[in-house]
Design a protein around this ligand. Structure first.
Ligand SMILES: Nc1ncnc2c1ncn2[C@@H]1O[C@H](COP(=O)(O)OP(=O)(O)OP(=O)(O)O)[C@@H](O)[C@H]1O
Ligand SMILES: [Mg+2]
Length: 228
């Protein structure tokens, strides 16, 4: 089974079909259906433990549901090998986490180059692309600084740049503004959504914050492992 989907055939849909997953006796996902369409910004809210991160991990192919399917462009990736799913993630997804998780020893520019280097691009070309996406996020003047030499909001914008640099179909963001105060959160989110739109990437945005969620095109709420 090959992990590559010919790009010209893509419809860019990612779908969870009746996905269920148990951790011991905890029903983390209890028959979830969710369809992500190209370019849309979808927020995922719900109480702590309602299954948001688990659903995101399943849709990214990081975790395999016990039953149901995770369908990308009509193909169920749950039956793919771990390597094929990793390749799919490298080529077609970007990730942003609550605490940017930038590499402390590298400049913002070098951090943003990493996803391109992992797909085999040469440093010189990677730096050009990384610089462009950093500019889109307003970080041209900061690009040679290390993460500890910029503000929290700037570091999160660099994490967004890193997620977008390979022009993914979707960015999966788990509480991307959760470490920021509310005004800074909205600034970072606005920059995130407009940069994603500029490279035609959709966004799945897990958040506790109703203000953040209200910026999405579509809001999805979870409770007890279900979409409600
Ligand atoms: N690796 C794991 N092992 C055991 N239980 C887990 C594991 N991951 C998640 N769970 C459980 O599955 C349920 C759903 O967890 P999940 O992390 O998806 O919630 P969440 O909605 O992302 O919560 P939060 O808002 O706190 O991040 C919870 O009851 C959690 O304790
Ligand atoms: Mg979570």
């Amino acid at each position: 089974m090959s992990g590559s989907i010919p790009r010209e055939r893509e419809t860019n849909l990612i779908e969870a079909k009746d996905a269920a997953l148990k951790f011991g006796t905890t029903m983390a996902l209890d028959g979830v259906n969710l369809l992500l369409s190209p370019g849309e910004v979808v927020s995922l809210t719900g109480a702590s433990g309602s299954g948001k991160s688990t659903l995101m991990h399943c849709m990214a192919g990081l975790v395999t549901p016990d039953s149901g399917g995770i369908v990308w462009d009509g193909q169920d990736i749950a039956v793919w090998s771990a390597e094929d799913r990793a390749k799919l993630r490298r080529e077609r997804l970007g990730f942003v986490f609550q605490f940017g998780d930038l590499v402390a020893e590298l400049s913002l520019l070098e951090n943003v180059c990493l996803p391109l280097l992992l797909t085999g691009q040469k440093m010189r070309k990677a730096k050009v692309a990384a610089s462009e996406i950093l500019e889109l996020l307003g970080l041209t003047d900061e690009q040679l600084r290390r993460p500890d030499q910029v503000s929290g909001g700037q570091a999160q914008r660099a994490a967004v740049a890193r997620a977008l640099v390979n022009q993914p179909d979707f960015v999966f963001a788990d509480e991307p503004t959760g470490s920021l105060d509310s005004s800074n959160a909205i600034l970072v989110l606005d920059a995130f959504i407009s940069a994603a739109s500029a490279v035609n990437a959709g966004v799945l945005l897990v958040t506790h914050d109703p203000d953040v969620a209200s910026h999405a095109d579509r809001r999805v709420k979870m409770a007890d492992g279900r979409v409600v």
